[in-house]
Design a protein around this ligand. Structure first.
Ligand SMILES: Cc1cc2nc3c(=O)[nH]c(=O)nc-3n(C[C@H](O)[C@H](O)[C@H](O)COP(=O)(O)O)c2cc1C
Length: 149
């Protein structure tokens, strides 16, 4: 059994909906899930967690949602050693934003990796253009992802 912390980056609630759906369903597979409150993402103690799932949309011109900006700043600037941490990324985006499709998820992925964290599996990229049920796609992916824990 793993204890999974889900860090949500959202502007209009889709990523939160995905995270909540995982929190409702992954415990049945034997995992503990905590969804971090949006406002707490910047102050999360990553040293106290071994498994993190980042679930984030992209906004603006390929930017992180506002609530993830402080965390990204810490990952860039504090020289954190996250070599104890395994993580996954669920990136929500829209393919009509061609050059910046899911860029926030890609950027946060790169930041965790640069701090020494080890990604499990491939990043999931959910396209709002073609996927009307992002929470279902996230759960289907997460059911496979937790097998790697
Ligand atoms: C103003 C605006 C800008 C966006 N910019 C991007 C973008 O650059 N790249 C991308 O892949 N998706 C972009 N999106 C699409 C969102 O990431 C997508 O709709 C996502 O499902 C929103 O999730 P949220 O409700 O959790 O914020 C943008 C959406 C809006 C409204």
């Amino acid at each position: 059994m793993a204890s999974i912390l889900i860090i949500v980056g959202t502007e209009s609630g889709n990523a939160q909906m995905c995270a909540d759906h995982l929190a409702d369903n992954l415990p049945a597979l034997g995992h503990e899930v905590e969804v971090l409150a949006e406002a707490d993402a910047g102050s999360v103690d990553l040293g106290a967690h071994e498994v993190v799932l980042v679930c984030t949309s992209t906004h603006g011109d390929g930017e992180l949602p506002d609530n993830l900006m402080p965390l990204a700043g810490r990952l860039r600037g504090e020289g954190l050693d996250l070599s104890h941490l395994r993580y996954g990324v669920i990136a929500l985006g829209d393919q009509t934003y061609k050059a910046t499709f899911c860029k926030a998820g890609k950027d946060i992925d790169a930041l965790f990796a640069a701090c020494g964290a080890r990604r499990l599996g491939e990043r999931l990229e959910i396209d709002a253009c073609t996927q009307p049920l992002p929470d279902e796609e996230a759960l289907n992916w997460a059911q496979e992802w937790v097998m790697m824990l």
